[in-house]
Design a protein around this ligand. Structure first.
Ligand code: MG
Length: 375
């Protein structure tokens, strides 16, 4: 498999409404999309990074630079056995998992399309559909919070996840419990708390939450282990889990009993599957998180979420819940479930016209043409 040409497209997708978490707000989706042309055919990759380095250190413009200046020179014109050699070819570059994941996804799409195999099948999916949960961002009032939750439940979502921030978590969770009763409910703090907030977090125990996600900073495994010993609510880690080694360390330390898996955060779908396998072997349930993906990225998320160890509903809402426009046909949610794509490759057809209309910057990189840039 040989990479011959790459399009790096920066898109701006309008959101239905701004999305706010403890780590920052998104007014629109500033997205990097890559299209690779290989000797086997074409493939698309979607980058999970957001426009600003507030949630993770990677961000759209930085990812584009890393791909262009450091990753593509290690891939262009090189013979690879397949997409499973992309990570190895990029290993000398430290970090930048979202940049690497995006390229690996495009290689996987091209290779699997050429072979007539779906990503879901390639990863080892065992389910035709997956249960969907909805993540509700921070709201400026309890009324708006309850409205957002009501909309998600009316649309059929199977569980709610509330973003929380220090000082407002009890009010937030109590309001939703009182209004909606025993709906499956969990919270995500995006690392906004300190271990000193233990007593405050312990008060969440009375609300029978499925889990509290990433209460402390991403590098605080010891703090999470201490919290896990003191809370009845299970701890789930998201930002902390950056590799199979970190997943193993977190589980061994007792820092979490559930893991939120995101392919972008760990360097790609193949690495994500390794973490899934490790968790499954240790009996740790996994679910798949979302990063405001388009239908393209969501299709790949669904393939991962259909693995046997993904036993909890993920943050996999249909993209029309948050994107005013998408790049693929709407994913049909039925009874709170989305179908796992079965077509070859990632499994959805990208509408090139929509991609063109939403592109704000395009670069083409090929060995004989180092860079062609046009607006
Ligand atoms: Mg999270």
């Amino acid at each position: 498999m040989r990479l011959e040409r790459v399009e790096l497209r920066r898109l701006r997708l309008p959101l239905v409404a701004p999305f706010r978490a403890a780590t920052g707000a998104q007014a629109d989706r500033d997205l990097l999309l890559v299209r690779v042309t290989t000797d086997l055919g074409e493939g698309w990759g979607e980058c999970a990074a957001l426009g600003e380095p507030t949630y993770t250190s990677e961000y759209t413009e930085g990812v584009r630079h890393v791909i262009r200046a450091h990753l593509l020179p290690r891939l262009l014109g090189r013979e690879l056995r397949g997409a499973d050699e992309v990570a190895e070819a990029l290993r000398s570059i430290r970090g930048h998992p979202m940049a690497k994941a995006c390229l690996e996804m495009a290689f996987l799409d091209a290779e699997l399309r050429a072979r007539g195999e779906s990503l879901a099948r390639h990863l080892g999916a065992v389910r035709p559909t997956v249960e969907c949960g909805a993540a509700v961002g921070l709201q400026d009032s309890v009324d708006h919070l309850l409205e957002a939750c009501a909309r998600a439940l009316e649309a059929g979502y199977r569980r709610l996840k509330l973003k929380i921030e220090p000082g407002r978590e009890l009010e937030t969770v109590r309001a939703v419990r009182e209004c909606f009763g025993p709906v499956p409910l969990q919270v995500d703090a995006n690392g906004a708390y300190e271990l000193e907030d233990l007593d405050r977090l312990a008060r969440l125990d009375e609300f029978d939450l499925l889990m509290i996600e990433q209460p402390l900073a991403e590098d605080d495994l010891r703090g999470h282990a201490e919290l896990a010993r003191r809370l009845r609510t299970p701890i789930c880690l998201d930002e902390s889990i950056t590799s199979p080694r970190m997943a193993a360390a977190a589980i061994a330390a007792g820092a979490c009993s559930i893991i939120n898996l995101k392919a972008g955060r760990v360097g790609g779908y193949l690495e994500a599957r390794r973490i899934h396998d490790l968790c499954r072997a240790q009996g740790v349930p996994v679910w798949v998180g979302g990063m405001l993906e388009t239908g393209l990225g969501r299709a790949a998320n669904l393939a991962l979420a259909a693995l046997p160890g993904c036993t909890l509903p993920g943050d996999l809402s249909a993209p029309d819940r948050y994107l005013a426009r998408d790049l693929v046909d709407p994913l049909p949610m039925q009874d709170g479930r989305l179908p796992v794509p079965t077509q070859a490759g990632v499994g959805v057809s990208v509408h090139e016209e929509a991609v063109r209309e939403l592109t704000v910057d395009l670069e083409v990189v090929a060995p004989e043409r180092p860079m062609l840039r046009r607006p």
